[in-house]
Design a protein around this ligand. Structure first.
Ligand SMILES: Nc1ncnc2c1ncn2[C@@H]1O[C@H](COP(=O)(O)OP(=O)(O)OP(=O)(O)O)[C@@H](O)[C@H]1O
Length: 850
């Protein structure tokens, strides 16, 4: 039994080790499937492993059952052997009372021995069951206590065994005293058998002692690990409980047999008593002697027997107690069995679920396998196709390579050559760049030289063209048209309206551009003065015309333009920078001086104003007097202005006084457009009478310097009342001027000079006998664009007018010069200037202009 328990523990140890290994193998080496499995699959797998472990534990228990059965068979065999031995002993006939006593004693001894063995077996089985229960319930302390109790019981049994041995020795001594026969031989055999059994018992006891110690140590060692694996041990508990149940059954069977043997013992005693009585009846004397002896001995034996009986009763009580414990254990076992059945049912459920999960997993695995195989097959086919394509392209590439190799060689050759060229390229490039730069600079220089030369030639040609044009203009008698563009002033204000819209051609001083609504209009005139042109520059260009009056020409310079365009600035100028009027007088004075060696000149100046179509003498004592223009009596349409003041000028002082007086008397009024806007036409009329000292030829030239009134529209000036009338008069006179120009341009037979005082007064210079220059004053501001364009268009029309070759007015000296002088209207009167008179002897000589 001890060996069986050790083996059982060993098996348990091995099972646990196997489980450890399985756990290690399960948890340390997850397969690829585990890694790919879903959480449900993993949990199912864990459950499956748990169930497998439980099933293995169950299998182990089932394996243990044959061992237990084998042990049961061993017990049974031993019991049968003892029973046969007892029968064998019993089958020997008792020859005498001593033998019968000894047999009875031996029977008793055997009975006691059997009882002891059975008790020990039951005790061992019970102890084993208890140990197993304690072991598998995991209650170590209880196990140790039970172990100690068992050890105590074992010691007690050993003491009882020693007591029995002592009684046996006493029986042996009694037997020696009785003497030996065949029965004694049987008795010796029984004794020797008894000794052998005792030795076996001692051996078993020693095994039990050492085995128990080893088991306790092993159990202590295993206790920690068994606590950790409580769940797995429960399975073992159930298995062991089953084993306990079987052992309990076996114990019950042994008890039955024990009862049978007790009954047989009673029957045997009765049979022996009966035989003894019969024997006493047959052999009375011997029996008598023997009875005595037996009686003597029987008394002692009876005492021993009584003791043994009391002992037996005690043992039976113990057996009953053990039986009760056994019944409790059986109940516990039944409960455990119920638990086991529940667990089995659960296990079956788990098995079913496991089977289902396995089936599902297998199905999934198969479907996945199929998908995988399909995917692999498709990928394989695709890869094969791609491989084929790659092979084909590779073949093509190989062929191309073979064909391209010569080309590659040539390309390599070319590449090397190109590489060399590239290497040499920077040097070549630098060289070429240097040469190119040199050539380019030379070419640029050449071109710039050529350009400069061309420009020079162009300018020269332009100048010549101008000269020719001027010559032509002179020959044709065209009215020359100059334009002067004033700069932007503070009076133009700020903003878009004050933007400059006039630009110029840098190479041609006769072209001007006006930008209107994104378009650019060009105007070609005889000369254009930019805003930067000075009074001196303007005067320089008009001075030849001015000096021609000393030669007997009638010359007029008209400043035309809208209010504020700079007419007065150009004609009068400012004190620090005088205009054409003062400069002209100064020039004429200097010319007169220059020509004084051959010519005697007399310069006289008149200043008139045409205001509201009335002619007023600005140098007269009463400028408000209106003068009339009349035809000189006795002349052919020669005009003169009666009572017009003429002042001779011989010096700069005279000029300044005259101009100051005239300026002071000029009517100026405020308007919206110009704070000092001239509301009248102002005319400075210079008469240059000359006589050539050597020939006596006289010349009369006239210079009309006209500062016209503003040409703006009435609505724009905001005029009303008196101002409106002024504006209407101004416009009417300017309109008359335009009509005269148009008539002249179209070379009409009738020129409407008399339509206004202005044109009437300017009849001579605006006729074929005079020279005229129109100085257009232009405002560059965007807000004045319409007036500027009107002025420029007017200038365009004027420019087309051909007056014809001008004529000098010279007079041959009369035979009686004194008389002639006294009768000359020019020299005779300072009052009443003769504008045109043809006295006898005077001629108008057409000459080329100087
Ligand atoms: N070339 C110029 N350089 C500098 N300032 C100029 C120039 N032309 C005109 N101005 C200035 O423009 C303003 C108007 O000029 P100005 O009085 O001569 O105009 P206007 O045509 O005579 O006007 P109105 O017809 O009303 O008499 C003046 O202040 C004048 O000094």
């Amino acid at each position: 039994m001890v060996g069986t328990l050790s083996e059982l523990l060993q098996d348990t140890h091995e099972v646990l080790e196997r489980e450890d290994l399985q756990e290690e193998s399960t948890f340390e080496k997850p397969t690829m499937q585990d890694m790919r499995a879903t959480p449900l699959q993993r949990s199912m797998k864990v459950t499956l492993q748990d169930l497998r472990a439980r099933r293995e534990a169950k299998d182990l228990q089932e394996k243990k059952q044959p061992q237990v059965k084998q042990e049961q068979h061993g017990f049974r065999d031993r019991f049968v052997n003892l029973h046969l031995l007892r029968q064998l002993k019993d089958s020997k006939p008792q020859q005498d009372g001593d033998i019968s006593d000894s047999r009875q004693l031996q029977k008793r001894l055997m009975y006691l021995q059997k009882t002891k063995d059975l008790h020990e077996q039951s005790k061992k089985g019970k102890g084993q069951v208890q140990e197993n229960c304690q072991d598998h319930s995991g209650v170590q302390s209880g196990l140790q206590i039970k172990l100690k109790e068992l050890q105590g019981k074992l010691e007690q049994k050993e003491r009882e065994h020693e007591e029995v041995q002592r009684q046996v020795k006493e029986m042996n001594s009694l037997q020696v005293q009785v003497g030996g026969t065949d029965l004694e031989k049987h008795r010796d055999l029984l004794v020797s058998e008894n000794d052998r059994l005792r030795k076996e018992l001692q051996l078993l006891n020693s095994h039990l002692g050492t085995g128990k110690k080893l088991e306790v140590e092993a159990l202590k060692e295993r206790l920690t690990s068994m606590e950790q694996r409580e769940t797995e041990h429960k399975l073992l508990i159930s298995a062991l409980q089953r084993e306990v149940q079987q052992k309990a059954e076996r114990l019950a069977e042994a008890e039955l047999r024990l009862r049978d043997s007790a009954r047989e013992r009673v029957e045997e005693e009765e049979r022996l008593n009966r035989m003894l009585r019969e024997y006493q009846l047959c052999n009375q004397p011997q029996i008598k002697y023997m009875v005595k002896t037996v009686e003597v001995d029987s008394a002692k034996t009876k005492v021993a027997f009584g003791q043994l009986q009391s002992r037996n009763v005690y043992l039976e009580e113990q057996v009953d107690l053990q039986r009760e414990a056994l019944q409790k254990m059986q109940q516990q076992v039944q409960l455990d069995q119920q638990e086991v059945s529940k667990l089995r049912a659960q296990v079956k459920l788990y098995d079913l679920e496991l089977d289902k999960a396995q089936a599902q997993m297998v199905q999934e695995y198969q479907s996945l396998q199929v998908e995988k195989e399909q995917a692999v097959a498709e990928a394989f086919e695709k890869a094969q196709g791609e491989m084929r394509a790659v092979h084909q392209s590779l073949d093509g590439v190989r062929k191309n390579l073979l064909t391209l190799q010569p080309a590659l060689r040539t390309l390599t050759h070319d590449y090397n050559a190109l590489k060399r060229q590239v290497r040499d390229f920077p040097a070549l490039l630098n060289e070429a760049m240097g040469e190119a730069r040199l050539e380019f600079s030379q070419a640029v220089k050449h071109v710039s030289d050529a350009n400069a030369e061309l420009l020079h030639k162009y300018r020269k040609e332009l100048h010549l063209r101008k000269e020719c044009n001027n010559q032509l203009v002179r020959l044709r008698g065209n009215i020359r048209v100059f334009a002067r563009v004033r700069p932007i002033t503070t009076e133009d204000g700020v903003g878009p309206g004050a933007e400059n819209i006039v630009t110029f051609d840098p190479d041609d001083d006769g072209v001007l551009y006006v930008a209107q609504k994104g378009k650019e209009m060009s105007f070609e005139l005889d000369k254009i003065f930019t805003p930067s042109a000075t009074q001196e520059e303007v005067f320089r260009d008009v001075s030849p015309l001015i000096t021609s009056c000393l030669d007997g020409y009638s010359v007029c310079i008209l400043a035309y333009g809208q209010t504020g365009s700079g007419k007065t600035y150009s004609m009068e100028g400012i004190p620090s920078d005088p205009g054409i009027n003062q400069r002209a007088l100064r020039l004429l004075l200097s010319e007169v001086k220059e020509r004084s060696s051959s010519w005697e000149h007399e310069l006289s100046v008149s200043m008139v104003e045409i205001y509201n179509e009335s002619l007023r003498d600005l140098l007269g004592s009463d400028p408000s007097n209106s003068l009339e223009i009349k035809i000189l009596p006795g002349s052919v349409g020669e005009l003169y202005v009666p009572n017009l003041t003429q002042r001779q000028v011989q010096s700069m002082e005279d000029i300044n006084k005259i101009l100051e007086l005239g300026h002071k008397q000029r009517a100026t009024e405020h308007t919206n457009l110009n704070t000092h806007s001239s509301r009248s036409h102002a005319l400075l009329i210079l008469t240059a009478k000359g006589r050539e000292t050597s020939t006596g030829i006289c010349s009369t030239g006239k210079l009309y310097l006209v500062d016209l009134a503003g040409s703006e529209r009435v609505s724009r000036s905001g005029a009303a009342g008196e101002r409106l009338r002024e504006a209407q008069c101004i416009n009417r006179s300017l309109s008359a001027l335009g009509d005269v120009i148009s008539a002249l341009r179209s070379q009409q037979g009738h020129i409407p000079y008399r339509n206004s005082k202005l044109t009437y007064l300017l009849q001579e210079p605006l006729s074929r006998e005079g020279k005229a220059l129109l100085l257009l004053q232009v405002s560059p501001a965007e807000k004045n664009i319409s007036e500027s364009l009107c002025s420029l268009r007017f200038g365009d029309r004027v420019r087309a007018v051909e007056l014809g070759a001008p004529s000098r007015k010279i007079e041959q000296p009369p035979p009686n010069a004194e008389l002639a002088e006294s009768e000359s209207p020019v020299l005779r009167s300072t009052k009443g200037t003769s504008l045109r008179r043809k006295p006898q002897g005077s001629v108008r000589q057409r000459t080329s202009p100087p």
